[in-house]
Design a protein around this ligand. Structure first.
Ligand SMILES: Cc1ncc(COP(=O)(O)O)c(C=O)c1O
Length: 340
């Protein structure tokens, strides 16, 4: 009971005392495990924060609850209201789950490149799913961003959570994910690897860690086709290209990516990310998604930069279940030319 009360206080701050935890009380407070076999080096030790232990299966449960409760607090989301969110899938699942618990209608907008499993899970929670063309330019009226904006304007009593620019996104990771990592490493963390989608996770965690230990190095994981790395290193905006890794990389610059907290961006490709996710499963028994594979591939790529450090943390944002039809399908891997 004490544990549940603590979770409630740290994540939800609702202030009410309950006898038994509800499902929302199990969001966050995810475990950290040491990676034993996948990397060929002994130093640094690398710990993985397993965000798929959350009830909706990803790091995005934290965000879904935080953004919905923020909208309630601001008075823009009222009983009987509708929640609209634009997502690569995991936020949609988190939002659909929290909306189901709280009794809101939810409309989840995602590009059709995201896995069928994610689409089905969103619908299982009773959400309405709107698919948009994967190759739509972010500014085009049919893009996922524009569609979500339009729906929120058209539907009476609807609120667009907007994880890309809503500051409550970065803040929830500052208040929860970051604190957990600091505590779980006794403040001994030297570096962090995390994928960048909206930027909320990496920016919130990095801000907290750097306030306590300015020398902590923050490595963002980016994917080939995304515009983020070019912007970070050259200050230029390149033309986005389609890629298959889900949840990370950007075709625009979200306000929640706070570049000032990032030290390096490591760019990896689809093939190496998918292969690394399979390797992770076999070497460590960790069944994680493609952005986790990308993070592992990024650590391999940055290995020379890490030699001087003792302890790092990598965030594994979701599990492999949602990608059985992609990187965990040998047939799909062969068809796409990603097989080893
Ligand atoms: C699988 C996966 N990994 C990483 C991320 C990136 O997290 P953030 O949006 O906080 O940058 C996301 C975001 O949707 C995701 O779904």
């Amino acid at each position: 009971m004490e544990q549940s009360a603590k979770i409630r206080a740290s994540i939800h701050e609702r202030g009410s005392q309950v006898d038994y935890p509800g499902l929302l009380d199990t969001i966050g407070n995810t475990p950290i495990v040491k990676l034993e076999k996948i990397f060929p080096f002994k130093q640094p030790t690398i710990l993985a924060k397993l965000e798929f232990f959350s009830p909706g299966g990803s790091v995005k449960d934290r965000l879904a609850l935080a953004l919905i409760e923020d909208a309630e607090k601001r008075g823009v989301l009222k009983s009987g209201g509708t929640i609209v969110e634009c997502t690569s899938g995991n936020s949609g699942i988190g939002v659909a789950m929290v909306a189901a618990i709280k009794g809101y209608r939810s409309i989840i907008v995602m590009a059709d490149k995201n896995s069928k499993e994610k689409q089905d899970i969103v619908k299982a929670f009773g959400a309405e799913l709107v698919l948009t063309p994967k190759d739509a330019h972010p500014d085009a009226p049919e893009s996922n961003y524009s569609t979500a904006h339009r729906l929120a304007q058209e539907i009476k009593g609807a609120v667009y959570l907007d994880q890309f620019s809503n500051p409550a996104n970065t803040e929830i990771h500052y208040r929860t994910t970051a604190k957990e990592i600091w505590k779980q490493t006794n403040g001994e963390i030297d570096f962090l690897f995390a994928g960048i989608g909206t930027g909320g996770t990496i920016s919130g965690v990095a801000k907290y860690l750097k306030e306590r230990k300015p020398q902590v190095k923050i490595f963002g994981v980016d994917v080939e086709g995304s515009i983020l790395s070019d912007y970070f290193y050259k200050g230029t905006i390149s033309e986005p290209r389609l890629y298959q890794v889900e949840g990370i990389g950007g075709d625009n610059l979200p306000e929640n990516v706070h570049f000032k907290y990032l030290d390096e961006l490591i760019m990896v490709g689809d093939k190496e990310s998918f292969q690394a996710a399979n390797k992770l499963c076999r070497a460590e028994g960790i069944f994680a998604g493609s952005s986790s594979g990308a993070a592992v591939a990024a650590i391999f790529k940055a290995a020379d930069m890490l030699k001087a450090y003792k302890l790092g943390v990598v965030i594994f944002a979701d599990s492999g279940h949602k990608y059985l039809s992609k990187q965990f399908s040998p047939e799909w891997m062969r068809q796409m030319g990603y097989a080893e």
